[in-house]
Structure formats: C-alpha cells, structure tokens
Design a protein around this ligand. Structure first.
Ligand code: GDP
Length: 429
C-alpha cells in the first residue's frame, strides 16, 4: 500500500516528524519532488537533524530510502548529508537514487544567485539552491538525468558543449559574468558519477516490485500546496509540484495505488519567501508567535531566515487539503499557542467587499483581507500530552473547529517537537 505525506500550507508544517513517526511501520520512504531548497527538522534518539535531500526515513534500519525521478538532485549536498548522519551516530542509510532524477549543476546554482541579484528588491526570495534553473532545464530538455553520467564520453561532451553555449550567452550578456568551461563541467560530472554510483537504481522498477510484495511505501512531499507550481500562489511557488498526485509521476508508481493522503496542517500559519499571505501578522504580535513557534522559534531550516507568521487560515488550508486530495489531516504545532487569551482564526476572505471561503487566484489573493473569528485560548502548556482527553477543553474546541472548517478528519495532533509528542484523535466528521 502507498501512503503520501504532504503539506496543505506553505511548507514547514512538520511533515518531517509525521513521516518519521509513520516510517516505523513502513518499508520504503520516497522523496518525489524538490531538492535541497527546503528542509525537514527531525528530533529523535540520535539528536536533532536538518534533512534537505534525504527522506525522513533514514533514521531506521528497516527502511529503504528512495530519491525518485521527480527530485532535483544535488549530489555533493546529498553525500555531505549522508556523511553528517554517519558522524552523528546514525547507521548509514539504505538509499536508492533514481537513474532518471535531474542533476542540479553548479551553473544552476550560479544562475539562481545571479537572477536574484538582478531582480534585487523584486526577487522571489529563492534559497539559491539552483532548483528553478534545474527544473527549467528539465522541461527545456537540456538537463542531465543521473543516467547520463554513464553515457559514452563523446556524446556527453557534445551535450555539455551545447548546454554551455546556451548558458554562456546568459552568463556573459545578461549577467555580465564569466562563462563556464565545458571541460570543467565534464570533469565535475565524472566526480559526481563516482559519488553517486553506489546508489543509482531504476527506482520505479524497485517500487513496482515492492508493491507486488505488499510492502508499505510512504511518499514524502516537500513544501506544501501553497507552493505548488500550478495550484499555489504563482509565481511565488516552487518549481515542482508539491501535490500528492505528482507523487505518482515523481516516484513512477500508478496514481490509483496511493490509498491514503495524510495532509499535514499547521495550527497557525508560517511561510518563507515572498508572496501573498492573507492572515499574516506583523510587529510585536508576530515577533511573539515567531519566538514561541515551532521548535525554538520559526526560523528556516535551510537558510535560518525568520519565517513570516500569521493566524490559522481556514480558506487556504481547506483549499490546500482539496488540492492534495487529503484523506486525513495531521494537525501540528498546536502547543506554542498556549500563551494566547484569544486565538484569531481566518474563516473567510474579504475580496473587494465580498466575503468568500473559496481560495482565489493570485491576482485576487493580493486584494484579499482576512475575516477573523476569535477562539478561546487555553492558557496552559500542552507540550508532551499524549491523550486527547487530557487536552484542555478550549484546546479541543480549537481543533474541532479547524476540522469543521476544513472538512477533513483530523486523526493526529502534534503536541511538541519530539517524536513521541503526538496525540491520536477520533475525528468528529
Ligand atoms: P517540514 O518541512 O514540514 O518537515 O517542517 P519542519 O520539520 O522543517 O518544521 C517544523 C518545525 O516544527 C520543526 O522544527 C519541528 O521540530 C517542529 N515541530 C513539528 N511538530 C511540532 C509540534 O507538534 N510542536 C512543536 N512545538 N514543534 C513541532
């Protein structure tokens, strides 16, 4: 059976912890999109780890981790990450990397940096990991799949020459920088080949074989529905689809095999990068939530940037759950809200004086103002609570109301950053 774990919001919902928890009963964990541009933060018996390329299942002996064909693969970053886990006392993960994954090349990272520099104040807030240029090349059919590292030398050199010709026009004439040298790119690719060789596999074939043996497979999404290229807050999105549906493409499995879509929702809102964020809060109010939020504050796992924060947005989350095809919701990071007397919840948007609960396209999103409803706070620390019945009644009501607003059963509730800080809940719908 295949399950997907994906985000309904802007990312950083705490998918890492839920995947890590569910990995205990899984055989295979697959990343199907994205690259090293976002991170999962995981706290477990080995310590606290920020994962960027590796799936969250790498902490278990019994699981195989897979980087699917839909991933943008930064080979040196991946190797660095494996080494840092091993240094931290984690057994070396069993890892397979798709022979069809696209390689993030050094010039992708350079292009990302130069473009952000060129756009200056109007930039996308890219993490400059080369992800957008890598996926652009994939769809322009001038990218390199992992298997191309193993091509005949002449054919590979010919392709590199062609790509360098295109890239050097941009480097020299748009950005006023030095060009890239095809021989250096070839040499680097040969280094990449040696680094990645032990892991390369036909991962789609591996997954089909695993399905036929009845193995439990988890597809792990990066970021959330708001960052989806098609259905998110375009153009302030990521360059791959963050939706569970894309899991079928990015892992090479049949869509009808994805039986459960566990969608992770955060009990308040946070976002990194630019873009419309209707329920965003500012000033002292925001600073307090940022400081108390997440595990040690709301700061990016990849960049350390302070995250933008806001109240729970039922309009965006209901839409995010719909786009994901959520079959159940894990509501995370509820515990930091215990300091509030009253908790505002965004229940509708006001667009040009009209109230709506439908999430609009970007043009109208920029005009949307939050319609807030006040919920009673619980004024206590719920960290580490494991039973639903032990939660204060106001806290239970907050969760029940979110479930009612989004219309998807909430089966798990996060009560702290630790692996054990999770409550199983019987949904009311
Ligand atoms: P992901 O990208 O969706 O995996 O999100 P991250 O794991 O990077 O970010 C979520 C942050 O919240 C991490 O620092 C987690 O340790 C933390 N976290 C996850 N669940 C909870 C929770 O229920 N309560 C608290 N306080 N922190 C949580």
């Amino acid at each position: 059976m295949i399950k997907a774990i994906v985000g309904a919001n802007w990312g950083d919902e705490g998918k890492g912890k839920i995947t890590d928890t569910l990995s205990q009963e899984s055989d295979i964990i697959v990343r199907f999109q994205g690259g090293s541009n976002a991170g999962h933060t995981i706290k477990n018996d080995y310590g606290k780890f920020a994962l960027h390329m590796l799936p969250s299942g790498v902490f278990y002996d019994h699981t195989t981790s897979v980087l699917g064909n839909g991933v943008a693969l930064n080979i040196p970053k991946l190797i660095e990450e494996i080494d840092s886990l091993v240094k931290g006392g984690v057994p070396k993960p069993k890892l397979l990397v798709s022979d069809r994954a696209h390689i993030v090349m050094p010039y992708h990272i350079m292009l990302d940096e130069y473009e952000e520099e060129r756009l200056a104040g109007k930039s996308f807030g890219s993490t400059k990991s080369g992800i957008a240029p890598c996926y652009s090349d994939k769809y322009a059919k001038i990218g390199f799949q992992v298997n191309e590292l193993f091509m005949e030398e002449d054919a590979l050199r010919e392709k590199i020459n062609n790509v360098c010709t295109i890239k050097n026009v941009l480097f020299k004439h748009l950005y006023g920088k030095e060009g890239i040298n095809p021989d250096e790119i070839y040499d680097l690719m040969m280094e990449y080949k040696e680094m990645i060789k032990p892991y390369v596999a036909n991962t789609s074939a591996f997954l089909h074989e695993a399905m036929s043996q009845g193995k439990e497979i988890l597809l792990e999404g990066q970021l959330g529905a708001m960052k989806d290229t098609d259905h998110g807050i375009y153009p302030m999105v990521t360059s791959s689809s963050t939706l569970a549906a894309f899991g079928a493409v990015g892992a090479g499995v049949p869509p009808y095999e994805i039986k459960e879509i566990i969608t992770v929702v955060k009990a308040y809102s946070s976002a990194v990068g630019a873009g419309a964020f209707v329920s965003e809060i500012f000033g002292e109010e925001a600073e307090e939530l940022r400081r108390r939020g997440g595990d040690g504050g709301e700061y990016g796992a990849t960049t350390g940037r302070p995250r933008r924060v806001g109240w729970f947005d039922a309009v965006a989350t209901k839409y995010g759950c719909k786009m994901q095809g959520a079959t159940q919701v894990a509501l995370t990071v509820l515990d930091p809200l215990g300091y509030l007397d009253e908790i505002p919840v965004c229940v509708a948007y006001d667009v040009d004086g009209k109230e709506t609960t439908e999430f609009p396209n970007t043009t109208y999103l920029y005009k949307s103002k939050p319609v807030l409803k006040m919920m009673k706070g619980w004024k206590s620390d719920i960290t580490g609570i494991k039973n639903w019945d032990e939660l204060p009644v106001q806290c239970q009501e907050y969760v029940n109301e979110i479930e009612r607003l989004i219309g998807v059963p909430i089966t798990l509730v996060g009560s702290g950053p630790g692996r054990e800080d999770i409550i199983k809940r019987t949904p009311l719908i």
